[in-house]
Design a protein around this ligand. Structure first.
Ligand code: BJW
Ligand code: ZN
Length: 241
């Protein structure tokens, strides 16, 4: 099916939908210049996210992990939302029942103006004390390494969900609720390999939803979705409006 026909079909389905859920990943921010995790630009000093985004890596070498975050914080601080982020703000405005579930920690959906938004992997501008567990915003670029809690002097860590860590219960419940009960699920710019988000396509399909994927490349979910649109998110997502 030609891309225009696919876009028209998604638009028609959206027009009929009572509840819309959207899942986004790093591909949406790629067009703003934020590197993806599994793309060719995803490496930092030859480390992969899987080597650094774990509680074990942080316990072993918190300085190294913080240096990686400082590099990313410096980069993200210079980036702005793109046409895909903005189109999703408009989509939210058009639907009474809507939830944007993002795996991205860069905060660009919030910067664009999305408000019915769940950042299920956390946010790079939030830190958490490993001792007293207090959570606070921190926009220092670069952050002093290693950063310490103002209340108890404990070591601070990024308030981000690392591999092997559970997502916050409320975030997981709300996203599962939206994915189970939506009429349409749009999956945009994610490789679909990291759970639990990777399971959302199957859960939505099982609940009878129409599922569309928008990605530059094929993913493990491509075969199960109703429609797959290939292209850059900043080009394709605005076409839905
Ligand atoms: C474009 C584009 C353009 C590019 N336009 N498209 C073995 C050990 C430990 C854990 C596990 C294990 N096996 C399985 C697990 C579970 C694990 C998991 O799924 N691992 C897999 C990798 C195998 N999951 C977890 O550990 C999760 N927790 C969990 O399962 O808890 C269970 C539990 C319960 C109770 C108690 C305890 C535990 C947590 C996962 C957290 C993941 N966090 C990360 C790192 C954050 C670090 C940080 O950001 O600072 O989140 S992983 C990393 O991947 C990041 C992302 O959000 C996530 C998803 O990546 P995403 O967004 O899909 O990016 P890419 O790069 O993969 O893909 C980009 C896509 O865009 C591509 O498809 C491109 O084609 C496309 N694209 N340009 C459109 N312009
Ligand atoms: Zn503390």
């Amino acid at each position: 099916m030609p891309d225009q026909q696919k876009i028209d079909e998604i638009k028609a389905t959206l027009a009929r939908a009572r509840a819309v859920a959207v899942l986004t990943g790093a591909g949406v921010s790629a067009d703003s210049g934020v590197p993806t995790f599994r793309g060719t630009d995803g490496l930092w000093r030859n480390f992969r996210a899987e080597d650094l985004a774990t509680p074990e890596a942080f316990a072993r070498d918190p300085r190294l992990v913080w240096e990686w975050y400082n590099w990313r914080r410096e980069l993200i601080a210079t980036k702005h939302p793109n046409e895909a982020h903005r189109a999703l703000v408009e989509l939210e405005r058009r639907h009474e029942r809507f939830l944007l579930i993002t795996q991205n920690v860069d905060g660009l959906h919030r910067d664009a103006g999305s408000s019915r938004l769940l950042e299920i992997h956390g946010n790079i501008w939030t830190v958490r004390c490993t001792a007293c567990k207090q959570i606070e915003d921190n926009r220092e670029v670069p952050i002093a390494i290693p950063p310490h809690c103002r209340a108890c002097h404990g070591l601070l860590r990024p308030h981000i969900v690392w591999f092997g860590e559970a997502l916050e219960e409320e975030a997981l419940d709300r996203s599962m609720g939206a994915v189970t009960s939506c009429d349409v699920l749009l999956i945009i710019g994610t490789s679909g390999v990291v759970n639990p988000a990777a399971s959302f396509a199957g859960i939505a399909k099982a609940g009878g939803a129409f599922v569309a994927e928008m990605n530059l490349e094929e993913t493990p979910q491509s075969a199960m979705v109703d429609l797959a649109v290939r292209g850059r998110a900043s080009d394709t997502v605005p076409l839905l409006l």
